[in-house]
Design a protein around this ligand. Structure first.
Ligand SMILES: Nc1nc2c(ncn2[C@@H]2O[C@H](COP(=O)(O)OP(=O)(O)OP(=O)(O)O)[C@@H](O)[C@H]2O)c(=O)[nH]1
Ligand SMILES: [Mg+2]
Ligand SMILES: [Zn+2]
Length: 372
């Protein structure tokens, strides 16, 4: 069976799966009715407020699932925020289950009722009537970092209005493929992607050389790389310089040192950090909610909870390939729509065979195609 045939078979299988999942509409109605009755019987259950969210996986506790269909898109608020006096404009610096924390124009932090879905980094206009201010309007988002939710169709916004997305990895076992994943997730978002490899202090000279080889394809692909140590202070000046005056969000697996970096770059941040597990060096998900901290030299950093995976769902080959600009630099493949998986005369696989494309870059690309 050739590759195209296999692909068709896979699509057929998928279609069948969804078809089999469909239930009879009458049966569906009956199920909904009985679920409603069950809910109504449980009168002791506290009523859910609109802004409370279901936690679907523990690695993203406070990331906000954006429910669809939603009636108030941030764009609807465009005139809304202009109608709010400038003194009541504020920036969301933390989002909790039942409240958000904002910093207002005077630099004061206050609790607000998140009467609209907000995410860290949002610019909001407040309604200050009443004992606890409410979010009256959310400014249109200049940029967003989103991740596919655990439920189908439910995506999660991780942060809004950021200039930089900094993927943080640990020097010992850097999951470089995460950089590619985040790049694909960002698509055409107007943000800069940065890679930051922390814990440089744990490397000896040969390990440093091996790491440099692993990271080498990133910079020519337009991703600046910083090798730093939050613990030893190495490389922090360069990173701080690159982020000055900008809003950056730190994302990465648990235990790589995101919060430690934030503490090193913004000493008043005082974020909790936690030891990694002894056996596998993985973190223990110390940070449970995102927070935005202002940097002294201007700009801001957003700390986020560690992510286990950065799910994307199946990625179309051309979208995946866009994250690997070096593929386009090798000669054309025989087929114009070559996916570089198994087609004959594939220039990309041939270049990887000659070592002109790093084999782990090709592997990372192929993993993206298989994601589901
Ligand atoms: N050797 C070394 N250890 C570090 C460095 N930076 C952080 N650590 C340690 O790594 C562990 C995890 O650090 P955190 O800052 O809590 O990691 P995190 O990425 O915020 O983890 P989560 O909040 O769980 O996502 C802590 O024990 C830190 O002391 C570093 O540069 N070198
Ligand atoms: Mg943390
Ligand atoms: Zn090819």
């Amino acid at each position: 069976m050739d590759e195209r045939e296999r692909e068709r078979e896979r699509l057929r299988r998928n279609a069948r799966k969804h078809f089999e999942k469909r239930v009879d509409p009458e049966e569906n109605k009956r199920r909904k009715r009985s679920a409603k009755e069950r809910r109504e019987r449980r009168t002791d259950r506290p009523r859910r407020r609109r802004f409370e969210v279901d936690v679907e996986d523990d690695d993203l506790v406070d990331f906000e699932p954006i429910r669809r269909p939603k009636r108030t898109s941030p764009g609807d608020d465009a005139s809304g925020i202009d109608a709010v006096p400038a003194a009541w404009h504020a920036r969301v610096v933390a989002v909790h289950r039942d409240r958000a924390v904002v910093r207002d124009a005077a630099g004061r932090e206050l609790d607000v009722r998140p009467t609209r879905p907000v995410v860290v980094g949002d610019r909001v206009g407040l309604d200050r009537v009443g004992p606890v201010p409410a979010v009256a309007a959310v400014a249109p988002r200049r940029s967003v970092l989103r991740r596919r939710g655990a439920s189908p169709g439910g995506e999660r916004l991780l942060a809004a209005n950021v200039d930089d997305v900094v993927v943080v990895l640990a020097a010992g076992r850097p999951k470089v493929g995460l950089v590619d994943r985040v790049r694909v997730a960002l698509g055409a978002e107007p943000v800069r992607l940065v890679a930051c490899v922390n814990k440089a202090d744990t490397l000896d000279a040969p390990a440093r050389a091996a790491l440099a080889r692993l990271l080498a394809p990133l910079e020519p692909g337009g991703v600046p790389v910083f090798l730093v140590s939050a613990a030893a202070g190495e490389g922090l000046d360069g990173l701080a310089e690159a982020l000055r005056g900008r809003t950056a969000v730190l994302v990465g697996p648990s235990g790589v040192g995101k919060s430690s970096l934030l503490n090193a770059l913004a000493p008043h941040a005082d974020r909790a950090t936690g030891a990694v597990r002894r056996g596998d060096g993985k973190g223990r998900h110390t940070t449970t909610s995102s927070a935005l901290v202002d940097l002294e030299g201007g700009g801001a950093l957003i700390d986020t909870p560690g992510i286990r995976t950065f799910g994307l769902g199946p990625v179309p080959p051309d979208e995946a390939a866009a994250a690997f600009p070096e593929f386009a630099r090798v000669g054309p493949c025989r087929f114009g729509d070559c996916t570089h998986r198994a087609e004959p005369d594939c220039a990309v696989r041939e270049a990887a065979g000659r070592g002109e494309i790093a084999p782990d870059r090709l592997a990372s690309y192929l993993r993206l195609l298989e994601d589901d």
